[in-house]
Write a protein of this length. Sequence first.
Length: 562
Amino acid sequence: MATAVANGGAKDPATTRVMSVYSEVQTSRLNHTLPLPSVLRAPYAMTDGPPSSAAGNPDEIAKLFPHLFGQPSAKLVPASDSSAAPSGPLKIGVVLSGGQAPGGHNVIAGIFDYLQQKAKGSTVYGFKGGPAGIMKCKYVELTPEFVYPFRNQGGFDMICSGRDKIETPQQFKEAEETAVKLDLDGLVVIGGDDSNTNACLLAEYCRSKNMKTRVIGCPKTIDGDLKCKEVPASFGFDTACKIFSEMIGNVMVDARSTGKYYHFVRLMGRAASHITLECALQTHPNIAIIGEEVATKKQTLKNVTDYITDIICKRAELGYNYGVILIPEGLIDFIPEVQTLISELNEILAHDVVDEAGVWKQKLQPECQKLFDFLPQAIQEQLLLERDPHGNVQVAKIETEKMLISMVETELEKRKAEGKYAGHFKGQSHFFGYEGRCGMPTNFDASYCYALGYAAGALLHCGRTGLISSVGNLCAPVEEWTVGGTALTSLMDVERRHGKFKPVIKKAMVELDGAPFKKFASMRDEWAIKNRYISPGPIQFMGPGANDVNHTLLLELGAVQA
Ligand code: FBP
């Protein structure tokens, strides 16, 4: 069996997949045949759309991306023969960037298979450990045997991921050196909004230097917040939501069985509440808090606590002293008063030593100081933890569910003393996050990722750069999916940071006038009082439900009515 060639020594055997210990399901998924959109199965041509603009501030984006701004999107269309198709082998690098999302291995398999089939003699390098692998030129050369054990399997362990950013002039130089050393024709960056912003900057850099290396992005994140009209979904969201929904369904049955617990389930999703909303639509919890609604209504922590407590009191009157409450991971960041506190803390953390003496605390505005002192100590400590490389608070580490349990407890005690509540309350906290990020991809994510990878290969083969691989018409059968690439600059806006404009792909948040939220809002009062729990059960790869499209996509694409 041919082995992959890795620089920096042999592949660590401890981190290599051992197929002989695969479960029957894992093994069966290895040979699961992936359907391809029909346009990718036959000779195709690539057509250009009209010139593009930007999501906001086009003049600033034009200045930041002088070589890329305005370029059209590309679309694959059937061609009568393959004479228009590009030929010749390519050298392509691929990198996984940011948090894991089910299906990442299939994107790589899609790129690999495209090149094997349509650009024979090509080479694919997998950069190890995320963008740092590009800068340090740490890579593995992919072979059919190396890729095989990862087909349709969860995780990012084929080449691993990382959260480093290619940011400084020195880091761009290092990336350039790697591209030149490996003679790269192209690079595929599989990542979220920050990583795709980075991919666009890299594409601009390569153009400005007249390098032959082209850069294509791929929309990855379980959070579901990298999407637009041309890119209807980020991969991994479907699988993660189905895994979380199975667990929520189980917890619901547990709650109903004992009748004694309120389960507070915090769900990953960092900035946006898409995961919480999708899981609510799949399982019908008694309460689901949607961060975007909290922010729009400018609710305080007290408002959120009261909303939960009111429902608990009503349920107690009906004889239900149990329930299930979903909370988005980023809730704390949506509450305006907490946002102000976080931005003041960010400033302080950037310049001061935060020690036990607490001198730094005097720099907080009085209102923020009051709020900080009011928060439980564990939450105070979590708010002071180191920021991630993109400057974000690490919301995965803030135990909002525990904070809410303790605040609801206090409020219920008060109401009990006032004779307004006669029930009993016991909170159980859960955080579902890492459990859903590396599951075996659903049929949807497996096929979607494979098509995204295949499309990325085609875009590079046709010499495109600065585009994000885009597969559309996702509620139709796979054969009818559309395939192309969208100008990354068209997704960009600017943010003013440290007196300079910085390009950012705007996160797609839950829209309160969007179909998924409207559907949820029309049903939540009933779910609060009557127990309408749904247990979706584990992900199916065959039989009932195996090809179900998630609610968010069905509602957003108008395939079902809100
Ligand atoms: P990406 O945006 O990089 O896809 O990551 C998503 C995510 O899973 C968030 O939901 C979560 O807040 C974060 O990653 C956790 O980060 P880490 O893996 O560094 O703990």
